[in-house]
Write a protein that binds this ligand. Structure first.
Ligand code: GLU
Length: 416
């Protein structure tokens, strides 16, 4: 039987497994299985050639029991409402596992930003914010960047929101440029948070990371900063990276600057001097100490999980591993730092950004990183202890920590 790769089905399956271990009240389980609210809308955009193209957009507020919904906006040609629902559910568990006072949400637009001119991209971004402006805000729902969106897009969305509402409210959106109230350290934050969990996992397993090898799938914001920080902070040797077009390898370690410069020049990592080409699927099965999927969902599946050769996996992407692959990895004794723990650094610094926006006073980058380290390390150990106590894999352990917190907030509010 072929595997069901619908991300929302997967997110629900993961929750079902965790609620069985927790023996959660069935009414609570039913409530947590579905998004609380979702918006589907059209975004008509005047294209450069004069015609109007209509894009479809979504915003899902999965759960806001612990605080305003929080989560990024993706621009992706294969976006679906079920992907956005799954990502919004994972945001709910993510903010809960690091214990920041936020809920979970996500947004998406079906589009290929590579096909849009800068003007079209700006009009699409502003159109997205116009569609959701009355449903977002510092106390309701706070968007952020995700796949194919960036600080400039956040700036356009912020400006559109403030133009509509007539007041300044920088905390309505995070991942902004520094000049508009962004936070120091937000750019590298997702990768930085992942680096802290990798350091803790290596300590836990007794692995020396100095000179240890690593392969990273994806070279967007997260994958590229992970390459830089794994080398600079952990002293690791990143031997392979990839983007959507293909990968590169050098057994002696890649030079982050060289890869970035080549990517800037050509739009691809392939062809970087002193590297050999490598197929994306071969990157995942390389023999390395740490494997980091940092691209998109459904990459480690029933068809390749038995070929993975790594000491542990650090999931910087959202949803890279399917439930069937999880079972194979668990049986093979390959530990995973699950996505909504490993990649929680981004939303954690987004929370710091909201705090700084609220009291209009800004912190230095080293203070951000110290506070990020404290929250990520605490979350890591909460999860590892839970998984150990209940004899479950780390993903189920992370769900147990997170679902308990969300369910308690829902119960205290008297919703269920
Ligand atoms: N898009 C990031 C994530 O998936 C960050 C979300 C945020 O900062 O709100 O965690």
């Amino acid at each position: 039987m072929s595997e069901n790769l619908n991300p929302f089905t997967i997110a629900q399956q993961q929750l079902d497994e965790a609620t069985a271990v927790l023996r959660l009240n069935p009414d609570m389980h039913a409530f947590l299985r579905e998004p609380m609210r979702e918006f589907h809308f059209s975004i008509p955009v005047k294209m450069d050639d004069g015609h109007t193209k209509t894009f479809r957009g979504f915003r899902v507020q999965y759960n806001d029991a612990r605080g305003p919904a929080k989560g990024g906006i993706r621009f992706h040609p294969h976006e679906t409402i079920d992907t956005v629902r799954a990502l919004a559910a994972w945001m709910t568990w993510k903010t809960a596992v690091v214990n920041v006072p936020l809920g979970g949400g996500k947004g998406g637009v079906i589009c290929n930003p590579r096909d849009l001119s800068p003007g079209e991209l700006e009009r699409l971004s502003r159109g997205y914010m116009r569609a959701i402006a009355r449903y977002v805000g510092l106390t309701q729902d706070v968007p952020a960047p995700d796949v194919n969106t960036n600080p400039q897009i956040m700036a356009w969305m912020l400006d559109e929101y403030e133009t509509i509402t007539g007041h300044r409210e920088p905390g309505v959106i995070t991942g902004k440029p520094l000049e508009l109230g962004g936070s120091a350290g937000r750019g590298p934050a997702t990768a930085m948070g992942g680096i802290f969990t990798i350091r803790e996992m290596a300590k836990h397993l007794g692995i020396n990371l100095q000179g240890a090898t690593c392969a990273i799938q994806g070279f967007g914001n997260v994958g590229s900063f992970a390459t830089k920080l794994a080398t600079e902070i952990l002293g690791m040797k990143v031997i392979a990276v990839s983007d959507e077009f293909g990968g590169i390898i050098n057994q002696h370690g890649l030079d982050y600057q060289a890869v970035s410069q080549h990517l800037k020049r050509t739009g691809k990592v392939e062809g970087t001097p002193n590297t050999e080409p490598l197929a994306n699927e071969d990157l995942l099965t390389l023999k390395v100490d740490v494997l980091i999927p940092a691209a998109i969902e459904n990459q480690i599946t029933a068809s390749n999980a038995d070929k993975i050769q790594t000491r542990f996996i650090a999931e910087l992407a959202n949803g890279p591993t399917t439930p069937a692959a999880d079972n194979i990895l668990y049986d093979r004794g390959i530990p995973v730092i699950p996505d909504f723990l490993c990649n929680a650094g981004g939303v954690t610094v987004s929370y710091f950004e909201m705090v700084q926006n609220s009291y209009q006073f800004y912190w230095e980058e080293n203070m951000i990183n110290e506070r990020l380290d404290a929250l990520m390390s605490k979350a890591f150990h909460d999860v590892i202890h839970m998984a150990g106590d209940k004899k479950v894999d780390n993903r189920v352990g992370a769900y147990l920590v997170a679902v308990n917190r969300v369910a308690e907030a829902v119960r205290l509010r008297g919703w269920v």
